[in-house]
Design a protein around this ligand. Structure first.
Ligand SMILES: C[S@@+](CC[C@H](N)C(=O)[O-])C[C@H]1O[C@@H](n2cnc3c(N)ncnc32)[C@H](O)[C@@H]1O
Length: 351
């Protein structure tokens, strides 16, 4: 029975706007909304999508799970924090390893995906005594722990950036491939969308932002071409970037489009300042011997993590840190194209 045909299930039919279900167009739907077999996990559709190295719509595949479990070593009875809950892929594994007696706090800035993930983890049997979800920026981790009455935790994970659910849903405005409002906020209830940031930007400042946040080699040309302009949609911005770089091949211009989107997303969500704050706070929130793992996806993030961990080792706050960055194995890179740029670093507090 569909929702609308249930007795007493909402306003009368006259008050309901008529919404047609987006049809599944042929065997290979391209648009996010058309992928309802993936959204609803129908038949073997999800298995086929996974086998092709892609991520089914509305889901996220956790990256470097075995490596993260190995460096964080969650134990029964321990307390952990997943700073970037996302779809809950890492969290689910932590929750299994922390039982019996352990507890996980899951943080995420995203008010749209967080309740879905909380419901998914509850449906797997993790009640409020073992798992709590917190809609907050991880820069506020000490306050979350204080409210929960915790003086410290045994392990922390931060898997940076955005989830596949966020990237793939054009309505969130992160997608390079599909048109949507130029938004890019992890929390659409706070801050300004990317369209406003661009409209209020000056060429020099935008050029600096493109270099600092994405190492964009054509930053000066793009800063001049894009600053102060109004773009309502992701595709309008993509098109303007291509037009500003007429000598590049389609593929080269495509890379610039991705980098500009990355740079704007980092700025809109103030990602570097949240990461810097978290890195400073880690020694205060980790118990003696506690462990942290950070998964990064571009050089700006990795540089900050590497520097903070090295400084902590030198000052004696950390007893050990990753000597080399860890990367996903060839099999994971083949199976999940989104894992290819991942880098993992870890640190362990002095006992
Ligand atoms: C790569 S996904 C995490 C995926 C997750 N590990 C999983 O297995 O499903 C990153 C998530 O972190 C959230 N996020 C990013 N920066 C954040 C911040 N500063 N504070 C809170 N959440 C953040 C995003 O909203 C997104 O849901």
């Amino acid at each position: 029975m569909s929702e609308n045909t249930q007795p007493n299930s909402g306003p009368p039919a006259a008050a309901m706007p008529h919404r047609r279900r987006v049809r599944y167009a042929g065997k290979n739907p391209r648009r996010y909304e058309e992928k309802y077999k993936e959204h609803r996990q129908v038949g073997d559709t999800v298995a086929k999508v996974l086998a092709s190295g892609k991520t089914p719509a509305g889901t996220h595949r956790p990256i470097m799970v075995a490596e993260i479990l190995s460096v964080l070593a969650p134990q029964p009875g321990a307390v952990g924090v997943d700073c970037t809950l996302g779809y809950g892929g890492h969290a689910e594994q932590f929750l299994r390893a922390l039982q019996p007696g352990g507890r996980l706090l899951g943080l995420d800035a995203d008010p749209i995906e967080l309740p879905k993930t909380e419901a998914r983890l509850r449906a797997l049997g993790f009640g409020p005594e073992t798992f709590t979800a917190h809609r907050t920026n991880f820069a506020g981790l000490p306050q979350v722990l204080a409210t929960a009455g915790l003086a410290g935790v045994d392990m922390v994970l931060a898997d940076l950036g955005v989830s596949s659910m966020q990237i793939d849903n054009p309505a969130r405005g992160f997608s390079v491939k599909e048109t949507g409002p130029l938004d890019m906020r992890m929390n659409p209830q706070r801050g300004q969308p990317a369209s406003a940031l661009l409209a209020h930007s000056q060429p020099e400042a935008l050029t600096r932002l493109l270099v600092e946040n994405a190492d964009e080699p054509h930053a000066a040309a793009l800063g001049t071409a894009l600053a102060g302009r109004s773009f309502a949609t992701t595709s309008a911005l993509g098109e303007a970037i291509r037009q500003a770089l007429p000598r590049l091949t389609r593929d080269e211009a495509g890379l610039s489009v991705r980098r500009v989107f990355q740079a704007l997303r980092i700025a809109v969500n103030d990602e570097f300042s949240a990461l810097t704050t978290l890195l400073l706070q880690l020694p205060k929130v980790l118990n003696p011997g506690g462990r942290v793992a950070v998964l990064t996806f571009h050089s700006g993030e990795d540089r900050r993590v590497k520097k903070a961990f090295e400084a902590g080792l030198q000052s004696g706050v950390y007893a050990a840190i990753a000597q080399e960055v860890l990367r996903p194995g060839p099999e994971e890179r083949r199976e999940n194209s989104r894992a290819s740029s991942a880098k993992l670093r870890w640190a362990r507090m002095a006992a």
